[in-house]
Design a protein around this ligand. Sequence first.
Ligand code: DGJ
Length: 433
Amino acid sequence: MPFVDGQLLRMRLASEPSLTPAECLSILRDVTRALSYAHAHGAVHRDTKPDNRGHMSHKTIAAKLSAPCLAALVTFAVSAAAQSTPPARGSGPQTINPGEIWPDNRGQHIQAHGGGIIKYGGLYYWFGEQRGQDVPPGQRAVSCYSSPDLVNWTFRRTVFTMTPADRPADFPGTGIVLERPKVFYNAKTKQFVMYVHLDNTGYRAAEVGVATSETVDGEYELIKHFRPLGRESRDIGQFIDDDGTAYLIFEDRPNGWHIAKLSDDYLSIERDVHLFPEHMEGGALVHLDGLYYAIGSHLTGWNANPNLYATATSLEGPWSGFKDIAPPESKTYGSQSTMLIKVVGTKSTTVIFMGDIWRPRTQWDSRYLWMPLEIGDGKLVLPEPRQWTLDVRTGEAVINKQAPAMVLPPPAPRGGPAGGAAAAPSSAPPANP
Ligand code: DGJ
């Protein structure tokens, strides 16, 4: 029997919780074949749980025989079936309420601010700034959530943390600022590569940090930090084109903002593709029907401003002039762009504006404004936020026109829970770059 390399079943179940009955049967068939082979050769083995299943063919198999094996197999089948039941909540249209508390599977407000999303192994992964009150002062953290439908999110874990003690020896200034994490999966190196805006207190370092992990929600390790193309870099964004090419978007205060192609291994910048001379941040891109749409905000720190968009047939340009995405007096309905997500379904394609409603004094209570854009033929409009539904299978988004327009509740009291009422000590807002 040949050695077959591959991931542990536990990992597969974690990334694809909705295995079909046919897939379960196929896995069980493989397991029984392996066991039958082992028994025929007088080998003994230990329990056949999903954590061990990937190792059976190449590890020395030690311990018990047939009867326990049968029991273990039944356990395995039950365990696989239980873990493969698709979450019922993930099917059909799911409701999004912009501006409201967005609870995760634990009932806690999602902490993934300034975030980015990738799709991997049938699930969406949302990485963002973890601003929960349990993050100790001076420390910064990145959280990772997964979802089958972009609406119901499971907290996976805190995947990256930095304290002032973790500062690289050659990092200038003092303190640590870590914002707008973006994760790319590199299929060639099979590595997950995270870019973050890495800075010091006062935002004068203006660098990116690059951290990698072998698994999507593993422990990311900082491997380098630098100024991309030797330029100042604060807000970053990510863009993966339809052909899979990966780009880093970064704000270069003296010059504008860049679209930069990543190197083959994603660990560095290969070349500058375009420099927008406009001074903007929160940059994001989407490619739709042969046209690129770029959006971003003005530079007003944590305060909302009218976000803008431009279009081009090529990333290199020429780009159109920038126009408002919403009535300018609404200041993007109090939000700031972080990413554009394209959902291609069986019936329709929806582009979602993913924005942050920042609450600098109570960051943990910062909200999310996600809305499906009216986009096409060179026009892009952010509709007035209100409840809507998304079906990732069909790609359809339906705005509930009967629902009231979003009204933002007052910020949580300092020290209180997100959207909650408890009052506690105050904290000063972080410095604006
Ligand atoms: C605006 C940026 O978009 C945010 O990510 C954050 O860096 C704030 N500035 C800090 O003032």
